[in-house]
Design a protein. Structure first.
Length: 330
């Protein structure tokens, strides 16, 4: 136990060295970016099929992540295990595809054999390697060069700095392609419908109540008649949306407004009066393309439970209730 502090210090120093070596390797990538990177971007954008990412070992695992990032940001992609490809899965590669092959040495037998076979099908090849003059480099139409890398392993053998460099360069490729495609938040949401990312990028139009679920009434109706009508509306929204003959919003009347009238001594008189006389004429409204998180923030800050959704002509096209937002996990 007496040497524990010394061991702890050694461990921390070793960990710091690994992190520093990997960070320095990634930083050097910036200096190596050249026209070949731009050519790689062009190759991905020009691909009419899918980007088929392949590799072996740790490079293959990094390739899986790169493929997933491409697929989730607008570039159709799948990962193909190099060894499995040589036993029949080469049939997954089509002439319209772009093969992105990862190998630090550029001499991984399974990868080079796969690339040679893929080229025979007519597929283009983008190689990512630390040795552009290797077999993979020579077989590739374009090369992404991670440069000479010293692994952070004490033995200088285990893929560490090299795989970090591949991952960073793959991310750079995917993000530049994303930007040039004009891929936006709405596109991102389509590919991430589940989880917090998807929920955060949902739009009001995806969750709002519509059609028969809208409690639309004329301002000429009495408060009593209007509230009877809204009470039969599916999901019982607790609000009446007063509209004109063209469906344009004139105001809203909530259950809270009704309760305030009912405690008045002349409540029976009020219930017979036109609802337009007591409606809120300038309610807060939403649009279909607003993010659900923004809608939730508005309802919470104003301490209201519902908000009508309007189109560009102020016609009512939907209604958002706070319960709808809770149901989708906002």
């Amino acid at each position: 136990m007496n040497d524990h502090p010394k061991n702890a210090a050694q461990r921390i120093a070793r960990a710091a060295e690994v992190i520093r070596m990997e960070a320095e390797t990634i930083a050097r990538l910036e200096e190596r970016l050249d026209e070949r990177f731009s050519q790689a971007v062009d190759a991905v954008l020009a691909c009419q099929g899918r980007v088929v990412v392949t590799g072996m070992g740790k490079a293959g695992l990094v390739g899986q992540k790169i493929s997933a990032t491409l697929a989730s940001t607008g570039t159709p992609s799948f990962y193909l295990h190099a060894a499995e490809a040589l036993h029949g899965d080469l049939g997954r590669i089509c002439p319209q595809d772009l093969v992105l092959a990862l190998s630090n040495s550029g001499e991984t037998p399974e990868v080079t054999r796969l690339v040679a076979a893929a080229k025979k099908t007519g597929a283009a090849v983008l190689g990512m390697t630390g040795h552009p003059d290797s077999s993979l480099g020579r077989l590739s139409d374009t090369v992404l060069d991670i440069g000479p890398v010293e692994e952070a392993c004490p033995l200088r053998l285990a893929p560490t700095a090299s795989t970090s460099a591949m991952l960073a360069l793959g991310d750079a490729l995917a993000m530049v392609v994303l930007a040039e495609r004009g891929f936006d938040k709405q596109d991102f949401a389509r590919f991430h419908p589940a989880g917090s990312l998807g929920r955060g990028l949902m739009t009001v139009g995806e969750v709002m109540r519509r059609d028969a679920e809208l409690p639309l009434v004329s301002g000429e109706l009495s408060i009593g008649s209007a509230m009877k009508r809204t009470s039969t509306t599916p999901c019982r929204p607790g609000v009446a949306l007063i509209v004109d003959g063209e469906g344009k919003l004139e105001g809203i009347f909530t259950d809270g407004d009704l309760h305030r009238l009912l405690v008045h001594e002349d409540c029976a008189v009020f219930l017979k009066q036109p609802i337009a006389d007591h409606m809120e004429r300038q309610p807060k409204t939403l649009t279909q393309d607003q993010l659900v998180e923004e809608a939730h923030r508005l309802l919470r800050e104003l301490k209201i439970d519902q908000a009508p959704v309007l189109d560009g002509e102020r016609r009512v096209v939907g209604l958002v209730d706070v319960q709808d937002l809770l149901d989708v996990g906002i």
